[in-house]
Design a binder for this molecule. Structure first.
Ligand code: ADP
Ligand code: MG
Length: 327
């Protein structure tokens, strides 16, 4: 089973940013209201994720590191209504098989905190008591120390960090109610307070997407039967050549989907931006039973029950908004 862990790890653990994504999703699953990320050397030396979520009990700590032991999927009767972000029950096991991992945690009312440490696939987790506030800290050190071939595929520290930062940006725009901080090599890169009001949300947006985006962004909020599209779209004043400022969320989950991308692109093409990359942060909300979010293991794809209606709604909404403000 340990070898199986390491093989499967290749699917989940492609690079430091894929580790970070899984860890942050776990923190969100645990109901964290604040998540602090500490990175060293592009994540190769250290990825530390600290949250103030529900924590893990002593008995469950070793289990959390064992493959499939905790999969929530068996408890779910209606897969289509999955509200939780994680569902495979293998991320921590996979990550621990290719790193030196420590999982520290304490629960409300627990007598003390506990830490489980493991080192690669050959070592069973060791449990020790530790002082820890309510919540969980995961430290992933020396990623791929025992898989040199995988390690060779990593790019420069700067490139890996930009992937890590992108993960934080995506997560933080998906959960305005959660505070995030990101440090790299001891330097504070992002510090985002929970954002409730639209003003606070726009402050976070300016910090994550840059002030230029926010200065040229228009807030929209339109609803139709069972569908709501809201968020910010950049207006013509914002000319940015990169295609990386395209954030689309379905029921709070970041997605990259061809149908959605097509609808957005068509609307922009039709009205404004010939040959230019649209920039937007948009949220689509619909009945969870109308969308299957578990199509792909990386979970960036979705399948809409009625794709055509969704496409038309996004296209018509954006088309109207953009046409109204056309210079
Ligand atoms: P999954 O999230 O798919 O269940 P993981 O391997 O990512 O699988 O995590 C295993 C289990 O460890 C989770 O189901 C959860 O019970 C526990 N866990 C992991 N991270 C945290 C965390 N930050 N806070 C609380 N519990 C956690
Ligand atoms: Mg998980």
């Amino acid at each position: 089973p340990r070898l199986a862990n390491q093989i499967a790890a290749g699917e989940v653990v492609e690079r430091p940013s894929s580790v970070l994504k899984e860890l942050v999703e776990n923190s969100l699953d645990a109901g964290a209201s604040r998540i602090d990320l500490d990175i060293e050397e592009g994540g190769v030396k250290l990825i530390r994720v600290r949250d103030d979520g529900s924590g893990i009990g002593k008995e469950d700590l070793p289990l959390a590191l064992s493959r499939h032991a905790t999969s929530k999927i068996s408890e779910l009767s209606d897969l289509e209504a999955v509200a939780s972000l994680g569902f495979r029950g293998e991320a921590l096991a996979s990550i621990s098989s290719v790193s030196r991992l420590s999982l520290s945690s304490a629960q409300e009312g627990g007598e003390s905190g506990w830490v489980a440490r493991s080192e690669g696939r050959d070592m069973a987790a060791v449990l020790e008591p530790i002082a820890h506030p309510r919540g969980t800290t995961v430290e992933v050190r020396d990623l791929f120390f025992n898989t040199p071939a995988r390690r060779k595929f990593l790019r420069t520290e700067k490139t890996e960090f930009s992937h890590l930062e992108e993960v934080m940006k995506r997560q933080s725009l998906g959960r305005f109610d959660v505070g995030f901080s990101l440090r790299h090599n001891g330097r504070a890169v992002h510090s985002l307070k929970p954002a409730q009001s639209q003003l606070e949300q726009e402050r976070r947006l300016a910090s994550v997407c840059g002030p230029a985006f926010m200065e040229n962004a228009l807030f929209i909020d339109r609803s139709a039967v069972d569908l709501r599209l809201w968020g910010w779209v950049a207006l013509p004043g914002f000319s940015r050549s990169q295609a990386d400022l395209q954030h689309f969320y379905v029921n709070g989950r970041y997605i990259r989907d061809r149908l959605v991308a097509h609808a957005v692109r068509q609307a922009y093409r039709d009205v404004l931006f010939h040959g230019r990359h649209p920039a937007f942060v948009l949220y689509l909300e619909l009945n969870p039973t109308s969308v299957d979010v578990n199509v792909h293991p990386t979970k960036h794809e979705v399948r809409f029950r009625d794709g055509r209606t969704v496409h038309d709604f996004i296209f018509r909404t954006l088309h109207k908004v953009l046409a109204d403000v056309r210079p």
